[in-house]
Design a protein around this ligand. Structure first.
Ligand SMILES: *Cc1c(COP(=O)(O)O)cnc(C)c1O
Length: 474
């Protein structure tokens, strides 16, 4: 009886026929979205209604509609009117590599459970390290997301910089990190997980241009020291998620060197700029970092989650989770690079390296330059359109494909402008033709786009602006 059910589960001919149907469905999903023959970027549904639908579906739904319903009831990241959160519309071939990874299920943590993916991962890591400007002592690994990568990097930093053996003895004194007040919330979360508490997160205010105000670095550092806080790391955003603004990595690097602390770059979004001839200047100073995070699933056309965490000195990657104190560690040559689980948070990890490798093999590294450069150019173009519109305003001059703006008619006070922009964004969501997001900067409500789809054009931008105007005057 049990055996029969299990035989059904593993039936290869079902896999084959369902697979062919699914690929056909997903192909037409892509064709519709890319040509925007379907109107909406999102078919918005209230959470309670969506829950109700799936409860009913589990009991009464037709099995053969399952995949199609899932596909329909999502946000269409491949739609050119999708300009919301910073996940990529994955290159279709990486959906196929995702399928390989899921079916083979090689856990990757030990070499024997992922021979190809461990070897491939090393090739990817070496390429990225070289692009950053690191030398032969560098190294790293792929891991499940920027959030986890930032936490891992801060654990490495603590191990490398603090004087005590915290891994064995626990936190002994108040430790701290320095970060811009506009940094991604996951940095704050990582610090709290590590037991730093609120007092251990030294938030440095930003300038009018939303960059961390580096003039305050020395005084903030001293102030913390006087309170008995041992600062072990400074984190630069490249760029900050909310604003799209890059911190001055060169200044951070020099400061970290002078104070003998760790310099971490959160390049989850914009780290991919190392591949862009036109925009790599946004990352000037990244080569000074002790560690760098770059998400493959944001600007590099891959499916979630796949993140590269790179170290200037690979010894620090090997040390993070080691029981041994820092000074007992052997140099990198003796560490077996092919057992990646020693360095990662994950035990079982999917074969994420194959997405990167397939992109490289099929399209060459210039594909990353093409994507980043084109999307940043589109961000600049959208900002230009906003500047020409009478009742619109940019929050700041964009440095990437993230653009924050608002509708602000003359003779309206701030409070009403905030309410109006929140209302417009909600109307856009419910309407569904476009998908954009929103953010609060210095107490002001902004609409926010991230151009993620290389097939978004001037026409799509103009249609969005037109729609915003029509909602605003309604
Ligand atoms: C997206 C993002 C993160 C979080 O990365 P995930 O891969 O979503 O976990 C962290 N920092 C920055 C700057 C980001 O843009």
């Amino acid at each position: 009886m049990h055996k029969k059910l299990l035989e059904q589960v593993y039936n290869t001919s079902d896999f084959n026929s369902n697979g062919h149907i699914l690929i056909d469905q997903l192909s037409s999903h892509l064709e519709d979205k890319l040509s925007a023959s379907s109107r909406n970027a999102i078919n918005w549904n209230e959470p309670e209604k969506e829950l109700e639908f799936w409860k009913k579906f589990l009991t009464n739904g037709d099995k053969k509609d399952l995949f199609l319903e899932i596909t329909k009831r999502t946000t269409y990241v491949h739609h050119p009117n999708y300009m919301g959160h910073q996940v990529s519309p994955p290159a279709p071939v990486t959906a196929l590599t995702g399928l390989i990874s899921s079916l083979l299920n090689n856990g990757t943590a030990v070499y024997e459970m992922g021979m190809s993916s461990n070897a491939i991962e090393r090739i990817i890591i070496e390429l990225i390290c070289e692009k950053i400007g690191f030398d032969d002592t560098s190294g790293g690994f792929l891991t499940s997301g920027g959030t986890l990568a930032n936490l891992t990097a801060l654990l490495s930093a603590r191990k490398a910089i603090t004087k005590r053996d915290i891994w064995n003895e626990g936190n002994q004194n108040q430790l701290g990190i320095m970060v811009s007040e506009e940094a991604h919330y996951c940095v704050d979360r990582a610090a709290r997980i590590m037991g730093l508490g609120e007092q251990g997160i030294i938030k440095v205010p930003v300038t009018k241009e939303f960059r961390m105000d580096t003039d305050l670095l020395e005084s903030k550092f001293k102030e913390a020291q006087e309170k008995g806080i041992e600062i072990f790391a400074i984190i630069g955003s490249a760029p900050s998620t909310a604003t799209g603004i890059f911190d001055d990595l060169e200044v951070f690097g020099e400061f970290a060197k002078k104070q003998n602390i760790w310099f971490h770059v959160d390049g989850a979004h914009g780290g991919a700029g190392i591949f862009s001839k036109k925009y790599k200047h946004t990352l000037k100073g990244i080569e000074l970092a002790d560690s760098v995070v770059i998400d493959g699933h944001k600007m590099m056309m891959m499916p979630a989650l796949t993140t590269a965490l790179l170290y200037k000195n690979v010894v620090n990657a090997n040390a993070t989770f080691s029981q041994k104190a820092d000074y007992l560690l052997t140099d990198s040559e003796h560490e077996d690079w092919y057992n990646s689980g020693k360095r990662t948070f994950e035990c079982t990890k999917n074969m994420m390296a194959i997405h990167w490798f397939t992109m490289l093999k099929l399209y060459g590294e210039e594909v990353f330059d093409a994507n980043v450069t084109h999307l940043y150019d589109l961000g600049a173009h959208f900002a230009h359109l906003i500047e020409k519109e009478p009742n619109f305003e940019l929050a700041l001059q964009p440095m990437s494909n993230i653009v924050c703006f608002r509708y602000c008619p003359a003779n309206m006070d701030e409070e009403h402008i905030n309410a109006l922009n929140a209302k417009i964004r909600q109307s856009l969501l419910e309407d569904g033709e476009f998908y954009i997001v929103q953010t609060k900067l210095k107490g002001m409500h902004y609409m926010r786009i991230t151009v993620m789809n290389p097939f978004t054009t001037d026409q799509h931008f103009k249609a969005l602006i037109k729609k915003i105007k029509s909602f605003a005057t309604r």
